[in-house]
Design a protein around this ligand. Structure first.
Ligand code: FAD
Length: 508
C-alpha cells in the first residue's frame, strides 16, 4: 500500500492503517513538513475520529477550546462563544483552534512513535495500473525509481498528480475575486478572539492564531492586485478601508494571496487507486471544513482498505468509499461556495444589507440555544451520515427513535468510560442494550473472533446512554457499529440474526 502525500489526510490515513496493522509506505515531495498555518479549526467530529487514533487529547491540549467570535457589524460589536456545552452527545462541544502546522506535527510525531517515518523529498511523477498492482514512478534527489503497490491512495492535495495520472476531471467553479492572507500581529483588537468586521466591500476576518503570529487575517484583495504586490503596507491600506477596525498591522510571518475554487473530482476511485482530501475536493475556507473533510475521508477509507488487505472483507467493501464520501464532499463544496459567495459578493444590494444580516445572525444565535446547537452540529460535522447507502441497513423490528442506521453513534457516559470510547478502534462492535439480564454477559461476538466486540448498555447502570440511543424503559435493542463509529445496522429486540446477516453481507 502506498500513500502519496503527507498532509493531514495522508497522515490520518497512515495512522489508521498503522492501527490496523497494515504495512504501507507514505511519501511526500516536500523535503520538510509545512510551516504555514493554513487550516486553523478542528471540528468536533474530527476530534472524535482522531481520538480513536490516539491523538485527540494532545491536539486539544495544544489548541484553544474557548474562542469567542466578535461580530463587528451594523454599528454593534456582538460576541458569541464558539463552545456549545448544550451539545451533550460529544466530548468535544467546541471548535478547536490550532494551526495546521501544529496538527501535522502532532500527527507525524504519533506516527513516528509507532515506528512509521514519512519518506520526504520523494515525488510521484507517474502511475500505471496493472492487473494486480500499480507501478508508481517517483523522483528523488538521486533520480527516478519505481515503487509497486497493491493499492495507492492519492492524498496529494489540490494539484494531485495521482488525479492527473488517472485522468479524473475536477469540475467546479471559482469565486471571481482574490483574497489576501496574512499571519500577522495586529494592534486595536483583543487577542485570542475571532474578529469579523463586515464592511461594504466584504468581510475582514482576524482568526486567533497564537503561534507563529497572534492573528490570521483574511480580506478581499483590491481589483488587479498581483501576488508580487502583496506587502504589509498595501495590506494595511486595504485594512484601513474598515474604519471601525482601526487596526495597526506589524511583524507579518506569512503574506500571500489566494483565490477560492470549489471543485469535486468526478471519481474518488479508479480500480485500486483512490483519491482523498484536497485531491478529491477543494472549497472555500468558510466554516473551516477543508482539512476536516479530508481527515474523515481518510478514516472512512482506512478501515475498509485494512479489512480487504487482511482478507477479512471482499473488494466490494471498497466501492462504498466513493458512495459514502462523494455526496458528503459535494454537499460541503456547495454549502461553503454559497456561504463564501454571499459573504464576499460585490452586489450593491448585498453591500447594503450584509452588515445588518450578519449582526442579526449573531444576535439570533445568542438568544436561541436550539439554533446554536443546529449550527454547531452542522459545522462540527456531527450530522454527517450515510443513511440509505450500501453499508446501511435498518433491521426488524424497526426502531422508531434514536440515531438511525448510517448516523454516527452519539457519545454518552457509561458506568465505566463513554459509549464511543467503549468501541474497539479496529473492529466492528455490537451494542446490546436493555434492562439488566436482557443480554448474556459474555456477549454474542465470540464466533467473529477479533472482528466483532460486544458493548453492553444497561438501562439501570447506563441511563444516559440508554436514553441517547432513543430507548424507553424496558426496551431491548441492538446496533452494529462500524470501525469508524457509524451505525451500520440497528434493530429492536434480542434476536441478532439480522445483525449477523448484515455483517456477513458487509464483508462479502
Ligand atoms: C492559504 C490556505 C489557507 C487555508 N485555510 C484553511 C482553513 O482556515 N480551514 C480549513 O479547513 N482549510 C484551510 N485550507 C485548506 C487546508 O489546508 C486543506 O484542506 C488541507 O491541507 C488538505 O489536506 P490534504 O492532506 O488533503 O492536502 P495537503 O495539505 O495539500 O497535502 C498534500 C501533500 O501532498 C504532497 N504532494 C503533492 N504532490 C505530490 C507528489 N506528486 N508526490 C508526493 N507528494 C506530493 C504535498 O507536498 C503535501 O504535503 C487552507 C489552504 C490554504 C492553501
Amino acid at each position: 500500500m502506498l500513500i502519496v502525500g503527507a498532509g493531514p489526510t495522508g497522515l490520518a490515513l497512515a495512522l489508521e492503517l498503522r492501527r490496523q496493522g497494515i504495512p504501507f509506505r507514505i511519501l511526500d515531495r516536500a523535503p520538510d513538513a509545512v510551516h504555514e498555518s493554513r487550516a486553523l479549526a478542528i471540528q468536533a467530529r474530527t476530534l472524535e475520529v482522531l481520538d480513536r487514533l490516539g491523538v485527540a487529547d494532545e491536539l486539544v491540549a495544544a489548541g484553544s477550546t474557548a474562542t469567542t467570535l466578535v461580530m463587528h457589524a451594523g454599528g454593534h460589536d456582538r460576541s458569541l462563544t464558539l463552545f456549545e456545552p448544550s451539545v451533550a452527545d460529544t466530548r468535544y462541544p467546541f471548535l478547536l483552534f490550532l494551526s495546521q502546522a501544529e496538527t501535522e506535527r502532532i500527527l507525524t510525531a504519533r506516527l513516528a512513535a509507532e515506528g512509521v517515518e514519512v519518506e520526504r523529498g520523494v515525488e510521484l511523477v507517474e502511475l500505471r495500473q496493472g492487473a494486480d498492482e500499480t507501478t508508481c514512478t517517483v523522483r528523488t534527489g538521486t533520480g527516478e525509481r519505481d515503487i509497486r503497490a497493491r493499492y495507492v491512495v492519492g492524498c496529494d492535495g489540490a494539484h494531485s498528480a495521482v488525479r492527473h495520472a488517472l485522468g479524473i476531471g475536477f469540475a467546479g467553479a471559482a469565486i471571481p475575486r482574490a483574497f489576501l492572507l496574512a499571519d500577522v500581529e495586529a494592534e486595536g483588537v483583543d487577542r485570542g478572539r475571532l474578529h469579523f468586521f463586515v464592511g461594504a466591500a466584504g468581510p475582514l476576518v482576524l482568526f486567533p492564531l497564537g503561534s507563529p503570529a497572534s492573528f490570521r487575517l483574511i480580506v478581499g484583495a483590491p481589483r488587479g492586485m498581483t501576488e508580487q504586490q502583496v506587502t504589509l503596507e498595501r495590506l494595511q491600506a486595504v485594512v484601513d478601508r474598515y474604519p471601525r477596525a482601526r487596526l495597526r498591522l506589524h511583524d507579518p510571518v506569512w503574506l500571500t494571496m489566494f483565490t477560492v475554487h470549489s471543485r469535486t473530482a468526478q471519481r474518488f476511485r479508479v480500480r485500486r487507486v483512490f483519491l482523498a482530501g484536497d485531491a478529491a475536493h477543494i472549497h472555500s475556507p468558510a466554516g473551516g471544513q477543508g482539512m476536516n473533510t479530508g481527515i474523515q475521508d481518510a478514516v472512512n477509507l482506512g478501515w475498509k482498505l485494512a479489512l480487504v488487505c487482511n482478507r477479512q472483507a471482499g473488494e466490494p467493501l471498497l466501492d462504498t468509499y466513493e458512495e459514502e464520501r462523494m455526496p458528503v464532499a459535494r454537499a460541503v463544496v456547495a454549502a461553503t461556495h454559497r456561504a463564501f459567495a454571499l459573504a464576499t459578493s460585490r452586489s450593491p444590494l448585498l453591500r447594503v444589507v450584509r452588515p445588518r444580516v450578519a449582526g442579526l445572525a449573531v444576535a439570533t444565535l445568542r438568544r436561541s440555544a436550539p439554533l446554536r446547537r443546529r449550527a454547531f452540529r452542522m459545522i462540527g460535522e456531527l450530522d454527517v451520515r450515510y443513511r440509505r447507502r450500501a453499508l446501511t441497513r435498518e433491521g426488524q423490528p424497526r426502531l422508531k427513535r434514536g440515531p438511525r442506521a448510517g448516523d454516527r453513534l452519539p457519545d454518552a457516559p457509561l458506568r465505566d468510560g463513554t459509549l464511543q470510547r467503549a468501541l474497539p478502534a479496529t473492529a466492528f462492535a455490537i451494542v446490546l442494550a436493555g434492562p439488566p439480564g436482557s443480554w448474556p454477559q459474555d456477549g454474542i461476538a465470540h464466533e467473529w473472533g477479533s472482528l466483532l466486540e460486544t458493548v453492553h448498555v444497561d438501562e439501570v447502570r447506563d441511563p444516559a446512554a440508554h436514553h441517547r440511543l432513543g430507548l424507553r424503559r424496558g426496551d431491548v435493542a441492538h446496533w452494529v457499529i462500524r470501525p469508524d463509529g457509524y451505525i451500520g445496522y440497528r434493530a429492536g429486540g434480542d434476536d441478532v440474526t439480522g445483525a449477523l446477516a448484515y455483517l456477513r453481507s458487509a464483508l462479502r
